[in-house]
Write a protein that binds this ligand. Structure first.
Ligand SMILES: NC(=O)c1ccc[n+]([C@@H]2O[C@H](COP(=O)([O-])OP(=O)(O)OC[C@H]3O[C@@H](n4cnc5c(N)ncnc54)[C@H](OP(=O)(O)O)[C@@H]3O)[C@@H](O)[C@H]2O)c1
Length: 214
């Protein structure tokens, strides 16, 4: 697939690198310097290049949205028309100092995003994974037991694409249902982060839940 990365920081940089190494054609976009995007593309050692958000969106089968909540408007504006595009979002609706969710319980960042770009097809995924964990995942992807990661969305063909990307990173893709389920996965991501950075076993908790559908 051709995968555009909107936001090439910890999440976008690492996931884009893994996607490129898994054989996808990746366009890294949206960082504060073009040099950084070029370096990421070079180091990905796969089919990867640097580009603008508009170039990342062009002909993309999927776009990974990985920017701070405060940058969403800007990156979407730069990406241009996203009608029909599959947007896999790991962005959490955090406040400026990253201490709290600005949307929660009865609504989610993912649903808010879908409202902002009604003609795009939004899937929420990867946001319960602390970025540090991704650094070891690709190497471990051939292990027999793969950690589980939930995704949710309202469009089945977009969800199939998101699930493929999740599997390419080395996770088992668990369909958690419609996009409104992001109301529960987004706060869960904060629990995972709290345990990962201040407790023990956060990533294990992020991964190891039983298949929801069974
Ligand atoms: N990090 C995690 O563990 C984690 C886990 C789950 C979900 N998330 C969510 O994923 C999203 C991304 O998180 P992250 O940790 O990857 O953030 P990050 O490392 O700060 O990456 C954000 C990207 O946006 C770029 N950016 C910021 N301001 C910009 C500007 N004015 N112009 C151009 N580019 C700009 C940054 O550029 P530079 O590269 O130049 O800084 C960076 O590439 C957030 O919504 C977060 O809540 C993160």
């Amino acid at each position: 697939m051709r995968v555009g990365i909107l936001g090439s920081g910890l999440m976008g940089g690492k996931l884009g690198t893994i996607f490129a190494r898994a054989g996808h054609e990746v366009v890294f976009s949206y960082a504060r310097s073009e040099q950084k995007l070029k370096r990421l593309a070079r180091e990905a050692k796969g089919k990867a290049r640097a580009g603008t958000p508009r170039e990342a969106a062009q002909d993309a089968n999927a776009l990974l949205l990985a920017v701070h909540w405060s940058r969403i408007d800007d990156v979407l504006k730069q990406a241009g028309d996203l009608s029909g595009k599959v947007i896999v979002s790991c962005s959490l609706p955090m406040n400026a100092d990253d201490t709290d969710l600005v949307v929660a319980h009865t609504w989610s960042g993912a649903e808010e995003l879908a409202k902002m770009i009604p003609k795009a097809r939004v899937v929420s995924a990867f946001n319960t994974v602390p970025s540090e964990v991704l650094f070891g995942v690709f190497e471990a992807r051939r292990k027999a037991t793969r950690p589980s990661v939930a995704y949710c969305g309202d469009d089945s063909s977009s969800k199939r694409i998101a699930a493929e990307l999740i599997r390419d990173v080395g996770f088992d893709a668990v369909d958690a249902g419609p996009l409104r389920i992001a109301r529960y996965t987004e706060p869960f991501a904060l629990l995972v982060a709290q345990l990962a950075y201040e407790g023990k076993g956060g990533p294990e908790l992020a991964y190891r839940f039983e298949r929801l559908a069974k």
